[in-house]
Design a protein around this ligand. Structure first.
Ligand SMILES: [Zn+2]
Length: 452
């Protein structure tokens, strides 16, 4: 038994109950057993270990619903290249990257997102199974998937879409093997999904097979959807319909699916995503970086579940939350929507719902998992304290995350991860990134820029 003593609590429960200070949370093993005033909780559990959290406010642990921690390898190189980084680097790099690179960069990205208060990350990339041991060691909750596609990715940079059934089958086998190896690992802290890459890089037949795998193993689905104009044009040309309509015709949409991006969609497609109850992982910072923002408020109004994702090269979910507020207000030309509370809900309950884990995570309530992010509010930029949710979304930084618990275990203390040596993680990631880019340049020439 342990008590997070004398803190504030943003429960994000159905009544949106908030204690600004003087509260406490009692935890038994991996679950929350009581939330109340510090005095009540101390009286109720006199023998519990007490962790003093004066000045800190507890939030439900954040959910990063769409990330590729491995792609931190592109950091500092690809951010200013627009969609060219996608076709010029991300697709061709799949023939170069090795498990040692994936593990090292995956660990770096996982440490980064955990330190920003993320307690659950949804990681998908070809070869992501190499990230699972990193997540296991770090102590973060992780939903990891291998990704299947049957388009030959290296040719897409030259504008050629060619499909290989053999390659598709290999990747489907990897998706299924990963599920068998990792689903439910680390006492259930690590789970899996079945991911397809995107509508333009996956044939109808392959998408159906991904659904079959998901149904067979009772796991969720994941895909990139309506991410770029090129994707939408390609699907239009091949299937005679938009990307969302194509997925609808395959039977891919629904509450079991996390669809990342959903930027290039029309009003009919907004309705399809809404009516099917699909989760849209809103990658707000990536939207901003690429210069076009998804119709998030319209998707939510139509019935879609909104969650937040960092996508790639950055993993800071505090920054993603604030960016989601800012870019959607600009898109709607309205200074009041979304509210800070809307954004916190996307960051927590939206993420929980995206995984069908709303009974376990997403809010701080008795009986739920003790996945808790404590933010240090005793700082000039977070005072005075009236509504901590507004202060958090508008003014907080990842460095304000003080303590993080996952399954009741402290995994970040004083802003540093507990289970790994961060200096070692940084050195290893740099060494592996240098090795990767040497090999990339040897294969694709002296430039990493896309061919035109
Ligand atoms: Zn992505």
């Amino acid at each position: 038994m342990r008590i997070l003593d004398n803190c504030g609590v943003v429960t994000n429960d159905s009544s949106r109950l908030i204690h600004n200070e003087g509260a406490a949370i009692a935890i038994d093993r991996d679950r929350i057993v009581a939330i109340g005033t510090a005095e009540e909780i101390r009286d109720q559990y006199p023998n519990a270990e007490r962790i003093d959290m004066t000045g800190k406010i507890a939030f439900p642990g954040f959910v990063n619903s769409h990330t590729h921690t491995v792609l931190t390898v592109l950091r500092g190189l690809a951010e200013d290249q627009g969609p060219h980084s996608l076709y010029g680097q991300m697709y061709p790099m799949k023939t170069v990257i090795e498990d040692q690179h994936r593990h090292a960069l995956g660990m770096l990205g996982s440490v980064d997102t955990l330190r920003s208060g993320t307690t659950t990350m949804v990681e998908n990339y070809e070869g992501s199974t190499a990230v699972a041991p990193a997540a296991e060691k770090l102590g973060i909750r992780a939903v990891i998937s291998e990704v299947a596609n049957d388009a030959v990715m290296v040719n897409i940079r030259r504008g050629r879409y060619e499909f290989s059934e053999e390659q598709g089958q290999e990747q489907l086998d990897a998706v299924e093997a990963h599920i068998k190896n990792w689903h439910g690992a680390a006492n259930g802290r690590i789970t899996t999904q079945a991911s397809a890459h995107a509508p333009d890089t996956c044939s109808r037949d392959l998408l159906r097979k991904v659904i079959d795998i998901a149904e067979k193993h009772d796991v969720g689905l994941h895909i990139h959807l309506a991410q770029t104009p090129r994707e939408v044009q390609q699907v239009q040309q091949r299937e005679g319909m938009g990307s969302v309509e194509f997925l609808h015709s395959v039977g891919f949409l629904g509450p079991q699916l996390i669809a990342a991006h959903c930027v290039y969609i029309n009003p009919r497609e907004i309705q399809l995503l809404g009516k099917s109850g699909t989760t849209v992982a809103h990658n707000a910072l990536m939207n901003g970086r690429r210069g076009k923002v998804a119709p998030t408020m319209h998707l939510e109004a139509a019935g879609a579940n909104i969650a937040l994702g960092s996508d790639n090269m950055h993993e800071d979910m505090v920054a993603v939350a604030r960016t989601a507020l800012v870019v959607n207000r600009i898109r709607e030309a309205d200074g009041s929507i979304p509210s800070s509370h809307d954004v916190l809900d996307w960051l927590t309950m939206g993420g929980a719902r995206s995984l069908g884990m709303e009974d376990d995570i997403g809010s701080l309530e008795v009986g739920k998992k003790a996945d808790i992010t404590l933010v240090d509010f005793r700082q000039p930029h977070l005072q005075p304290l009236i509504d901590p949710v507004v202060n958090f979304v508008h003014n907080a930084h990842a460095r304000d995350v003080h303590t993080v618990l996952v399954d009741g275990e402290v995994v970040v203390r004083d802003g540093k991860t507990v289970n790994v040596d961060e200096d070692e993680v940084i050195d290893n990631a740099n060494e592996m990134a240098r090795d990767f880019w040497r090999k990339f340049q040897a294969q694709y020439g002296g430039t990493v820029m896309p061919e035109r």
